[in-house]
Design a protein around this ligand. Structure first.
Ligand SMILES: Nc1nc2c(c(=O)[nH]1)N[C@H]1C(S)=C(S)[C@@H](COP(=O)(O)O)O[C@H]1N2
Ligand SMILES: [Mo]
Length: 322
């Protein structure tokens, strides 16, 4: 019987327990004989966490971007073992346990739609490794916890400029890999989400200076569980907008369909801007628990990035456009 030693930052779902998550307390109770068989999502319940993801992560060259915060960074161990990546299971420790199956190299991204240079881009053609910068951003999950993460990557705008959107491009739609062979959550009987995982941004959001494509964190390549080899980071929006392991970018005219909105439209909208004034139907968004800290913090409008992004929504009702 495996009983995990719990880190201080490793919360149970005691903050909020969304229905969709409660099925998956498996990872939490793996040592509890009476409950050990609840809702296994088909990847072998009860494995020790954090044991298998032994891909060697190369250090990355980067410059400091000046995008920082005085708040302490969340410990690396928490950033890489307390994750949401449903393709590998819905428990917080499932991604770290299962994502070793993902093959992030070689990797390519299909770029299509309203662009002058569509095509299949190798990772190396999309990401200028000589231009990597570090940005320390807050990440606020919709489930009312948050982290501070030193990301390494490039502005999304640098990639968009490469592919040359044309006037028909009003939104960018993103998709994650959905490969049953590599992703046990995708072949699971419990289809929590409609795969592939989909997200999208309005073009002005995508071009905003804060919007980032991360290829690393804490000075090294991205661990698989954090979305290797490239993932979006949109720091003023709830974490689920920050789509991982991207394989497709489609430049479209209409607002794209997104996975969470499709699964529960009254709970998750297209915009998903962090907003303490607009509660989730099942819990408050006024406060958050910073992973690694005791107590709670007040949640900030736009996650504290209002100066950079509030103008994007100047004439919108953010209660309607949640
Ligand atoms: N493809 C994919 N991307 C995803 C998710 C997911 O389940 N699948 N979860 C999202 C959610 S809810 C959050 S909070 C962040 C978590 O990122 P992290 O694990 O690197 O902290 O990833 C987001 N990106
Ligand atoms: Mo999240």
């Amino acid at each position: 019987m495996i009983i995990k030693s719990q880190k201080s930052w490793y919360t149970s779902e005691n903050d909020v327990t969304p229905e969709k998550l409660y099925l998956n307390r498996r990872s939490f109770i793996a040592g509890t004989a009476s409950l050990a068989v609840t809702a296994s999502v088909g990847m072998g319940a009860g494995n020790a966490a954090f044991a298998k993801n032994d891909r060697i992560l190369a250090p990355l060259p980067f410059r400091d971007s000046g995008y920082g915060t005085a708040e302490p960074r969340t410990p690396e161990e928490a950033v890489t073992s307390y994750n949401n990546f449903y393709e590998f299971g819905t428990g917080k420790s499932d991604p770290a346990e299962n994502a070793w199956r993902l093959q992030p190299k070689p990797w390519s991204v299909k770029v299509e739609g309203h662009v002058s240079r569509p095509g299949i881009y190798d990772f190396e053609d999309l990401i200028d490794m000589a231009a990597l910068e570090e940005r320390i951003y807050r990440l606020r999950c919709v489930e009312a916890w948050s982290m501070v993460i030193p990301w390494i990557g490039v502005p999304l705008s640098s990639i968009i400029k490469k592919v040359g959107p044309t006037s028909g491009a009003k939104y960018v739609a993103f998709e994650t890999l959905a490969d049953k062979k590599q992703m046990p959550g995708v072949k699971s009987f419990f289809n929590v989400l409609d795969w592939p995982y989909r997200e999208g941004l309005r073009m002005d959001e995508a071009m905003n200076d804060l919007t980032f494509i991360a290829v690393g964190l804490y000075g090294k390549e991205l661990p698989n569980q954090n979305g290797a080899p490239l993932r979006l980071v949109v720091p003023w929006k709830y974490g689920f907008k920050s789509i991982k392991s991207i394989v497709r970018m489609n430049f479209v005219e209409g607002q794209p369909k997104t996975s969470w909105k499709k699964s529960a439209p009254s709970e998750y909208g297209f915009y998903s801007n962090v907003n303490p004034e607009v509660d989730h139907p099942r819990w408050s968004q006024k406060q958050e628990r910073r992973i690694g800290e005791f107590g709670r913090r007040e949640t900030m409008m736009f996650n504290g990035y209002g100066e950079e992004v509030a103008h994007l929504y100047a004439d919108m009702d953010l209660r309607k456009n949640y």
